[in-house]
Design a protein around this ligand. Structure first.
Ligand SMILES: NC(=O)c1ccc[n+]([C@@H]2O[C@H](COP(=O)([O-])OP(=O)(O)OC[C@H]3O[C@@H](n4cnc5c(N)ncnc54)[C@H](OP(=O)(O)O)[C@@H]3O)[C@@H](O)[C@H]2O)c1
Length: 384
């Protein structure tokens, strides 16, 4: 039985990871779980899976968690230190990271330094700390298996083939809830987080609507697969049946298809390189009348070209893109700013940023803080 740690077990991806664990009976033992502040759900999961450790970031909720876990053998850890501790325990075979945002970086690095295999859903970590993560993974021989459906598809299509043979990556995008809508000036939070295909956490749902999610995924693919940005093409495919594809030098395109359901890439990241019976509904191609593809409307969705600009500018710029986005999405979800300003403000912040080449962790953290304060200034101004 593989011993796993699920970071962010109370989130949309974390809960689905536990559904996969339930389905693959006796294959995985979750020995540690974590959340930010959802003490109720973390307690429920603890009573079901009996992990050795649980970790929660928000100290105010710790008494509630303690209360709910009286009489269990589970040890409660707190804060970022606890998170890094459970990510680097000797007895762990695989660390599944489904934390939201760049808060997922410290435990990812801690796991890498112990040479762990990491199933990584937490794309923001790669966007901000891509060079640090990938070079540390190489140094400590830690494998990073993507969980994002597009990157899982690309990983499966490449299947160990040499990168030089890749002509381009076709990164699929659903287009989000506003693909066919011109009046995005007054969209509500509810409309924004109602994705036409995927049920996801709030932050990634907003990212899908701005297409910033695709911007983050371009950067994620660049670091994960060591592919130059110009070889990454975004294709709108609203049916979300083809999850992504790779074109090779002989013009062959290899794609990965399935019904849109995150449990499949989650399971593949857990069982890789093996394939097992899954809870994902099988895909009946005869029942699909149409698979459609279109180019990105860059005027309506400038986020995609912004990712390319951030990569061109290099160094700390991708961290600035990610950090200002996290801040502005949070403000939008708290009703502080309008939807259409998110990408506009990030563009301004990126233009203003002086990139630091080959940055250290500290330089990236400083760039993140700078981006947050720039975004915050705009948020305060917008509230007036
Ligand atoms: N949802 C999808 O379909 C999907 C698909 C592909 C990739 N992803 C990526 O997977 C990651 C998780 O997405 P999600 O939709 O599952 O998000 P989510 O539903 O918001 O869940 C996030 C999880 O991370 C925890 N968390 C939040 N902030 C934290 C912090 N500062 N420190 C430690 N833990 C923290 C949350 O705890 P609480 O519950 O206590 O807040 C929760 O367990 C994101 O990077 C996202 O881009 C998601």
């Amino acid at each position: 039985m593989k011993r796993i740690v699920i970071l962010g077990s109370t989130g949309s991806i974390g809960v689905n990871a536990l559904r996969v664990v339930d389905n693959l009976k006796n294959e995985f033992a979750p020995i540690a779980l974590s959340c930010f502040r959802n003490a109720e759900l973390l307690a429920q999961q603890t009573l079901t899976y009996h992990p050795q450790f649980v970790n929660m970031i928000d100290s105010e909720k710790i008494p509630l968690l303690r209360d709910k876990l009286i009489g269990t053998k589970t040890t409660i850890l707190e804060g970022k230190e606890g998170l890094c501790r459970i990510a680097s325990m000797e007895e762990v075979d695989l660390v599944f990271n489904s934390i939201m945002g760049s808060a997922g970086f410290p435990p990812t690095l801690a796991a890498i330094k112990k040479g762990k295999r990491i199933a990584l859903a937490n794309k923001e970590t790669l966007v901000s700390y891509g060079t640090i993560i990938m070079s540390a993974a190489k140094k400590y021989k830690s494998e990073i298996i993507p969980v994002d459906s597009e990157h899982s598809a690309i990983f499966q299509c490449i299947n160990g083939r040499k990168n030089q043979k890749i002509k381009r990556i076709l990164l699929m995008a659903s287009g989000g809830p506003f693909r066919n809508r011109d009046d995005i000036l007054n969209v509500t939070i509810e409309e924004t987080i109602r994705h036409p295909v995927w049920a996801m956490g709030k932050k990634i749902s907003v990212d899908s609507a701005t297409m910033m999610n695709k911007a983050l995924e371009i950067i994620e693919a660049h670091y994960l697969f060591d592919i130059p940005p110009k070889k990454i093409n975004v294709v709108i495919h609203p049916e979300c049946i083809i999850h992504s594809a790779v074109e090779f030098e002989d013009n062959s395109i290899i794609a990965q298809l399935s019904t849109p359901d995150m449990t499949l890439p989650i399971q593949y990241a857990l069982t890789y390189p093996e394939r097992k019976q899954s809870i994902t509904k099988n895909l009946d191609l005869t029942q699909i009348s149409n698979l459609t593809f279109e180019p990105v409307n860059h005027l309506q969705f400038p986020a995609v070209s912004l990712a390319m600009r951030a990569l061109e500018k290099g160094g700390t710029t991708t961290a600035v893109l990610n950090s200002s986005n996290e801040c502005l999405v949070d403000a939008f979800l708290n009703n502080q700013i309008a939807f259409h300003t998110i990408t506009k403000v990030i563009t301004e912040i990126i233009d203003k940023h002086t990139a630091v080449e080959n940055p250290s962790i500290l330089e990236i953290q400083n760039a993140e803080l700078w981006a947050q304060s720039e975004a915050q200034q705009y948020i305060v101004y917008a509230k007036k």
